[in-house]
Design a protein around this ligand. Structure first.
Ligand SMILES: Nc1ncnc2c1ncn2[C@@H]1O[C@H](COP(=O)(O)OP(=O)(O)OP(=O)(O)O)[C@@H](O)[C@H]1O
Length: 602
């Protein structure tokens, strides 16, 4: 079985699983529709012969009326069944795809352009390919049934007519396959551009980007870039359409010539009395109908081939996500402890093959219950360490130990459940406050007291309570509902507190990771945060990433990263005494802020 055929089989299997009843109904209706045309042609001939020979054609005429009426009903019923099939298959395919994508344990796959291109095509394929294939399959069956029936009708007039008409269809089959390949190749080649076009379009309509776009006057430029991508896409589509039109026109002219020749021959035969008027009508309907049916088979074949090629992208995405997921699903974790001991041993990491290493031989430990601060200049690799600890990437070499176990051997999801994390680039969900906080611990999504407690610890409780619907208030103007007043937008610092509350939902976390938790906070909130961290941490291990060195003075250990290496590590006093990079940065900040950094640190 070729890979295209295998993809076609899997697409049809997906369709069957999504809607077995509708698939069967669609198949039956397609078969019935296929029978209508040849039966009509045969009945018409019977009626005409009865009329010209003054025989009894009433029964044939009644039957012709009944079949015509039945055929008229089958059309809309088939379209309805097809629409329902499309909705069910689209829903099933999209949820399968999204489950597969969210099942990917790391981020590496999601950052590969080729994977993202495929993902985009897979989304399209999931929505359309199975029913395109189903439509193609049943249209082909319908057309084949019609063609077979008409071939029988035509064979009654002259068997060679069937052969000549069928032979005339061969070039069309070849052309249809070539076109579907051409179209699938064009779609693959234009996907990067289509993704860029979507990026520009989303940016232009995104409320969060609107401020910069207006202030920097980027609207025209981004719009030009978007239309340039669209033009390029249109050029590629036009080229394929043009080639298709030329081929189709050639095939149509040769088909018309064939029909005309057959009809002329039939007219001569009828004039010479060698065939009846009924037979002449069978010939006229048969040749034209056979050509239409053959064209239907060819079109269905081309559509099916195209659908299978596109569906292969969904297949590929499902296969690569499954392969990626397996890597992390290994041993489950030992029983939970109160606080985790974590150690990085000689960890080197690069984001992709060919990239320079971002971390080089990094070693440091977070003993159980300790608070370790990770500091360093921009791009030093601090957030990368956070992502490695969360198992979003795997170290290129070296080891990360979780309570003495190599983290690579542990179930990534289980490790994550034991971490409470605030990311530097946390997500602002366009959802109510309660969801924005409750997402930190899905088991307690509806636990209002737990949500309020996390909000209080993060210092966002007063803000939430003042909102129009309290914790039920939608944190989005875009999804606020029909009444404009329903949704609110928080300030940057308020959002950061909400994200902090989310990370604090995990009261059982063995390790807390806070990446720049106070970058957007005012001085009071910052002081309160660090006060809380010291008291309410409850002996849990904590990794604090920050540029505010005043805040890390009381950490059990401070690790200074520079250029992906550990430049130095020790306590605040040891590092100050050493007079290295930390001392330099600390003196600079202390000088700049006066005593504020110390105040914030309490
Ligand atoms: N997803 C990624 N793909 C490729 N390179 C990346 C990716 N994320 C970060 N980098 C690179 O890794 C290096 C370290 O980035 P990282 O975010 O870890 O630094 P940081 O110390 O947290 O910086 P900052 O203080 O600015 O937050 C940077 O040079 C950055 O360009």
């Amino acid at each position: 079985m070729t890979s295209t055929t295998a993809a076609a089989v899997r697409a049809l299997a997906l369709m069957w699983r999504a809607a077995p009843g509708w698939s069967a109904g669609f198949a039956v209706l397609s078969l019935v529709a296929g029978v209508v045309v040849p039966v009509n042609a045969w009945l018409l001939a019977r009626v005409l012969d009865a009329v010209t020979t003054r025989g009894d054609g009433v029964a044939a005429m009644l039957l012709l009326g009944a079949v015509t009426a039945g055929g008229a009903v089958v059309g809309p019923a088939t379209r309805y069944a097809e629409g329902e099939l499309a909705r069910r298959v689209g829903l099933r395919a999209k949820s399968t795809l999204m489950r597969a994508v969210t099942g990917v344990t790391g981020l590496e796959l999601l950052e590969r352009p080729a994977f993202l291109d495929r993902l985009r095509l897979a989304e399209q394929a999931g929505a359309g390919a199975p029913q395109v294939l189903a439509h193609a399959l049943f249209a082909a069956v319908q057309a084949i049934v019609t063609a077979a029936g008409l071939a029988l009708v035509l064979a009654a007039v002259g068997p060679w007519l069937v052969l000549v008409t069928a032979a005339g269809c061969v070039p069309a089959v070849v052309a249809a396959v070539a076109e579907s390949r051409d179209r699938a190749r064009m779609m693959w080649q234009t996907t990067p551009g289509t993704r860029r076009e979507m990026f520009y379009a989303t940016l232009l309509t995104d409320a969060r980007a609107a401020t910069e776009i207006r202030v920097f006057g980027l609207g025209g430029l981004l719009n030009d870039r978007m239309t340039a991508e669209l033009r390029q896409l249109a050029r590629a589509q036009r080229a394929v359409d043009r080639r298709t039109a030329v081929v189709q026109a050639g095939l149509a002219v040769s088909g018309a010539g064939l029909s005309a020749a057959a009809m002329l021959w039939g007219a001569g035969q009828a004039a010479a009395g060698r065939i009846t008027v009924g037979e002449l009508s069978m010939l006229v309907v048969g040749v034209a109908g056979l050509q239409v049916a053959a064209a239907g088979v060819v079109r269905a074949f081309g559509d099916g081939h195209h659908g299978a090629l596109i569906f292969a992208h969904l297949d590929a995405v499902l296969a690569s996500t499954a392969a990626e997921s397996v890597r992390s699903l290994r041993r489950s974790l030992p029983a939970a402890s109160r606080s985790a001991g974590v150690e990085l041993r000689d960890v080197t990491f690069r984001y992709a093959a060919g990239h320079a290493p971002v971390l080089r031989g990094v070693s440091f430990a977070i003993p159980p219950g300790a608070m370790v601060a990770l500091v360093g200049t921009n791009g030093a690799g601090k957030s990368t360490v956070v992502k490695l600890l969360c198992r979003l990437y795997e170290a290129t070499s070296g080891t990360i130990l979780w309570n003495g176990d190599d983290i690579v051997g542990l179930d990534a999801r289980a490790v994550r459940r034991r971490i409470g994390v605030l990311f530097q680039d946390f997500v602002r969900y366009d959802l109510p406050v309660a969801d924005n906080i409750g997402f930190g611990d899905l088991d307690r999504l509806d636990d209002e007291p737990a949500i309020r407690r996390a909000a209080r610890l993060a210092g966002v409780d007063a803000v939430a309570e003042r909102l129009p619907q309290g914790y039920g208030t939608m944190l989005s103007r875009a999804f606020g509902g029909t009444d404009d007043a329903d949704g609110v937008q928080l300030s940057g610092g308020q959002w950061q507190r909400v994200a902090l509350a989310r990370s604090l939902m995990r009261t059982e976390a063995e390790l807390m990771i806070l990446d720049e938790p106070s970058s957007g906070l005012d001085a009071d909130a910052e002081a309160a945060l660090y006060q809380h961290l010291r008291t309410a941490r409850g002996g849990r291990s904590c990794l604090l990433v920050t540029h505010r060195l005043g805040a890390v003075r009381h950490a059990d250990a401070i690790v200074v990263l520079a250029g992906g290496r550990v430049a130095e590590q020790g306590t605040h006093d040891q590092l100050l005494a050493a007079g290295g990079e930390y001392a330099r940065l600390y003196q600079m900040q202390a000088g700049g802020y006066g005593r504020r950094a110390d105040v914030a640190a309490g």
